[in-house]
Design a protein around this ligand. Structure first.
Ligand code: GLN
Length: 489
């Protein structure tokens, strides 16, 4: 694939300050590119007028020498499950078709307060349930590198928006991998922050004890910058942490040797593609050669992750999605005549197949008689898992593993078999089950040039360390690429 140099937020801010471009020009450029890439089906709606108006405000501030926000000039797309006042939001579902948000999510408030420009809302799997973006009521998003392949899910639109250069960065949500897996499939950076680091106020809930918002970017510095802006305590979300938010962008220098844990069970797992395995092993060898400690640590719970995740998230989803009843929000069946048929028909017609599967599964695991066998047991496994992972992370700085067992797969490849689709999440759900932060880094490619993401996990609230070491890994990878592509003299 031709390597396209993408401008980072930091680059663009330097240019804006120097007066060599304007925010209005940047936004117009992106709008043209969005238009030229309609076939990718990335945006459900482009907020062209608002984005241009916001760009003009930024240009005025630059011209008048007024104080500028940390994200001035940054053009950001948001996943279609993040509320933006007076703008539509549908969570990729027919049941919310035509619904307009009455308020801003906290992340949107914080982006706008720092002079970011929001360009549009991106397509995603319905209610963020999926690993391939094949579950959206508004059609598939195509991977920009190979249109016959999925972009990953559920935040596929947000990933491709960045991959295809339709904005500087975007926000997604990650309940079980929905930021990291599409980042891996699209060759970009994606972060799932610590549970509680970022307010969930105004994020349409899927599984509330798992959901976190996070950024997609081309560079670590941009990911650090956006995370710095959107993190922190919020009185509207009681699960948001009051822990101070470090200046991540000022701490990107990792100047010591790291202690890295590797789980043999992850590298020997059945569905792992050979090239992804080799790429991970090569990176581990390079890290060892560079003096870092890389140690194998026994982790025998891998086989329990997917089952635990799908029992708990479907249980939470069945409760969260009860509010979509044909009365409060969005779609109401025109065929309904009295109360019961309003509920039944609106939900039957408004929800897609995967969402219905999960509501039924979640209702089942919560039902009396099965609650103890499934829901309570899964809660116990979650506790055991968390204790084990936190104790490993007391002894090691990071855990390293692939983000996904495969590169981007073809459309239709896994749709017939939901279990196979769920298994694609084997490496990502761990961070959500245990609440720790994890990042996917575009560090390798397979023989066809398809991106391979490597995942780095750290202890709770250790985003600063995660960014700093990621920066180091990205530098190693870019030096390697240069030496591979520079012809010998
Ligand atoms: N693929 C996972 C699921 O379908 C993760 C989704 C997500 O992180 N929102 O649940």
């Amino acid at each position: 694939m031709a390597v396209v140099a993408h401008q980072t937020i930091i680059d663009i801010q330097t240019e804006l300050k120097a007066g060599s471009t304007t925010a209005a020009q940047i936004v117009s450029g992106f709008l043209q590119k969005v238009e030229a890439n309609r076939h990718l089906n990335v945006f459900l709606e482009v907020f062209a007028d608002d984005a241009l108006a916001q760009a003009k405000r930024v240009d005025e501030k630059v011209k008048n020498g007024e104080p500028l926000g940390k994200l001035f000039g940054a053009v950001i797309a948001i996943k279609d499950n993040i509320c933006y006042k007076q703008h539509k939001v549908s969570a990729g579902s027919k049941i919310l078709e035509g619904f307009t948000s009455l308020y801003n999510s906290t992340v949107v408030e914080r982006l706008l307060a720092e002079d970011a420009i929001i360009i549009g809302r991106t397509n995603c799997d319905e209610f963020a349930m999926g690993s391939s973006n094949e579950n959206s009521a508004y059609g598939n998003v195509l991977n920009a590198q190979d249109n016959s392949r999925v972009p990953g899910g559920s935040s596929g639109g947000s990933a491709v928006a960045v991959q295809a250069g339709l904005c500087h960065a975007s926000l997604g949500s990650d309940t079980g991998g929905s930021i990291r897996q599409p980042a891996s499939f699209c060759g970009i950076v994606g972060l799932k922050p610590t549970y509680g680091r970022i307010s969930r106020w105004g994020l349409i809930a899927y599984a509330s004890s798992f959901d976190q918002i996070g950024p997609f970017t081309h560079s670590i510095e941009d990911a650090a910058l956006i995370t710095e802006v959107i993190s922190g305590k919020d009185s509207y979300d009681s699960t948001s942490s009051s822990k101070e938010v470090p200046a991540y962008t000022q701490q990107l220098n990792f100047d010591r040797k790291a202690r890295i844990a590797v789980f043999p069970s992850t590298l020997n797992s059945d569905g792992l593609n050979e090239e992804v395995k080799t790429a991970t092993q090569n990176l581990l060898d390079e890290l060892k050669a560079d003096g870092h400690t890389v140690e194998e640590v026994k982790f025998e719970l891998l086989d329990y992750l997917i089952a635990t995740y799908y029992v708990l998230t479907t249980a939470e989803a069945s409760s969260n999605l009860a509010r979509f009843d044909g009365v409060h929000y969005g779609y109401r069946s025109p065929n309904a005549s009295e109360m019961e048929t309003v509920y039944k028909k609106s939900r039957t017609e408004g929800f897609g197949k995967e969402v219905k599967n999960r509501i039924m599964l979640g209702t089942f695991v919560l039902s009396s008689g099965y609650y103890d066998a499934y829901y309570s047991r899964a809660q116990k496994v979650r506790r055991i898992l968390t204790n084990e992972i936190l104790s490993i992370l007391n002894q090691y700085d990071f855990i390293l593993m692939p983000t996904s067992p495969t590169v981007a797969f073809k459309f239709g490849e896994k749709t017939e078999n939901p279990v196979e689709m769920y298994l694609a999440d084997i490496y990502t759900v761990l961070a959500n089950l245990t609440g720790i932060p994890a990042i996917s880094l575009p560090l390798a490619e397979d023989k066809q040039g398809l991106p391979i993401g490597i995942q780095l996990l750290a202890g709770k609230f250790e985003e600063a360390k995660l960014f700093a070491f990621s920066e180091k890994l990205m530098q190693i990878a870019s030096v390697k690429k240069d030496t591979l592509t520079t012809p010998a003299e």
